[in-house]
Design a protein around this ligand. Structure first.
Ligand SMILES: C[S@@+](CC[C@H](N)C(=O)[O-])C[C@H]1O[C@@H](n2cnc3c(N)ncnc32)[C@H](O)[C@@H]1O
Length: 442
């Protein structure tokens, strides 16, 4: 019998491991995921017959097999939940808009490159392969590269095997199931035809610079439900690298609850049926570069609060947070009850990682008007700070407000997102928080 590992993790140890893991994978462990981190550490330490967290930290940072050990730890720490055709509207957009358009402008080279970054056990890139087969009936005359990458070697092994439990097929259309899967002993084996279209590789999105000789010129990048576990600064870096890796006419798909607003000025959302994707700003707004820059700081402050907020948004989009905040203050001097100014301040502080100030601003918005988006952002801030109860309450109230007021649009800060979509996002977030609460109490 080995001496027991201390069940609790001191604050210092939590910070030490949390910091190391974040620097090397982007994965952020806030209070709400402290337990998940502790369980993973204990599991690796038991396998290595270590009893002290410090010893394991040394092994992870200095040991001769530190890289392999870190990968083993990541196998436990990563959340690999995924399924075929997850968020189906995005695959519909791929089929009806994105692939036909890319095929049109690639008709000379007949080469299409698609990257599923953070592909987990492979359901996402295999779903993409199925759609590619629908859109390109003369596939033999094309060179289509579909690459799935991840940091979980366990997930990549499963992806290469291509054998799935029924729950992975829960959103799969029957015609695909019949055509591309064989059921054996209650498990579903994906066909060789589809498997042969996808290649899997280990790739850590947080390590820069990306080798652009290989990771450049992607026509489509999917990176969904990966950066939700990252801090803003890591997400910003990943998005910047996607900008460099994506073809100028390419498309970037992110998860439903991931919004690039204020994270980058380089992408713009485009609506494709019921889904949206991001494209390079210069493609969506070709004349943007020639547009006059937002006006310089006000001299006579003649603008209305609304005009001031428009200017502030321009600065915030370009990452000039200080100037944007200053203009919000100007607007509030003119009209202290101007909720949009508080909202914008909340978004800017959130993008700056100043969550305390951001939540104050969103609360001020709620004193001035019912606002489902402000509720949702408040919920996000609480959730990220480990305050699961308050987070759940905000999401519940957001849902209730949706049901009571049935908003037709979400106003200036809704980016044109359909309210039903945001309603679904809130539902998903609430489910996630309730699951985490149940896990904590278990
Ligand atoms: C929840 S799954 C998402 C799978 C799929 N994209 C989807 O939306 O269904 C998140 C995946 O991101 C991977 N991941 C986390 N950090 C990563 C990193 N730094 N580089 C690459 N992949 C990462 C995890 O291993 C995990 O498999």
């Amino acid at each position: 019998m080995y001496p027991k590992i201390r069940p609790d993790l001191s604050d210092e140890e939590f910070a030490l491991f949390g910091d190391f893991i974040e620097r090397n994978s982007g994965l952020h462990f806030g209070e709400e995921r402290r337990d998940a981190l502790r369980i993973a550490l204990v599991s690796r330490m038991s396998a290595l017959e270590l009893t002290e967290y410090r010893e394991y930290y040394e092994r992870l940072t200095w040991g001769p097999d530190r890289e392999a050990e870190f990968r083993r730890l990541l196998d436990i720490l990563t959340v690999n939940e995924t399924w075929f055709f997850r968020d189906r509207a995005q695959f519909e957009a791929l089929r009806s808009h994105v692939l036909p358009e890319i095929a049109r402008h690639k008709r000379d080279t007949r080469t299409i490159r698609i990257w599923s970054a953070g592909c987990s056990t492979g359901e996402e890139p295999y779903s993409i392969a199925m759609v590619v087969r629908d859109v390109l009936p003369d596939l033999g005359r094309w060179k289509v590269e579909i690459l799935g990458t991840d940091v979980s070697e366990r997930a990549l092994r499963d992806a290469r095997r291509g054998v799935y439990r029924p729950r992975s097929l829960k959103e799969l259309e029957e015609r695909y199931r019949r055509r591309y899967f064989e059921e054996r002993g209650g498990l579903f084996h994906v066909s060789e035809e589809i498997k042969g279209m996808v290649r899997f590789e280990y790739f850590n999105l947080i390590f820069e610079p990306y080798p652009l000789s290989k990771m450049k010129g992607w026509d489509i990048i999917f990176c969904r439900n990966v950066t939700i576990y990252f801090k803003l600064r890591s997400t910003k870096r990943v998005i910047h690298n996607f900008y460099l890796s994506l073809d100028d006419l390419g498309y970037l798909f992110v998860g439903y609850s991931e919004n690039l607003r204020f994270l980058t000025d380089k992408f713009r959302p485009v609506w494709l049926g019921d889904a949206w994707a991001y494209r390079k700003r210069e493609v969506v707004e070709p004349r943007m570069a020639e547009r006059p820059k937002p006006k310089p700081p006000l001299q006579d402050a003649g603008e209305s609060p609304d005009e001031l907020i428009c200017l502030a948004e321009g600065h915030a989009d370009a990452g000039r947070h200080g100037e944007a905040l200053r203009l919000c203050e100007e607007a509030l001097k003119k009209d202290p009850t101007y909720a949009d100014a508080h909202f914008l301040k909340g978004l800017i502080y959130k993008a700056m990682g100043e969550t305390g100030r951001a939540s104050e601003e969103f609360r001020r918005v709620l004193l001035l008007r019912p606002d489902v988006l402000a509720r949702m952002y408040l919920g996000d801030i609480y959730r990220e700070g480990g305050l699961l109860g308050p987070a759940a309450r905000e999401y519940e109230m957001a849902l209730r407000e949706f049901e009571e007021h049935r908003p037709r649009d979400l106003g200036r800060f809704g980016d044109g997102y359909p309210p039903e979509l945001v309603y679904r996002i809130c539902q998903e977030k609430l489910k996630g928080v309730r699951r985490a609460m149940a896990g904590r109490n278990a």
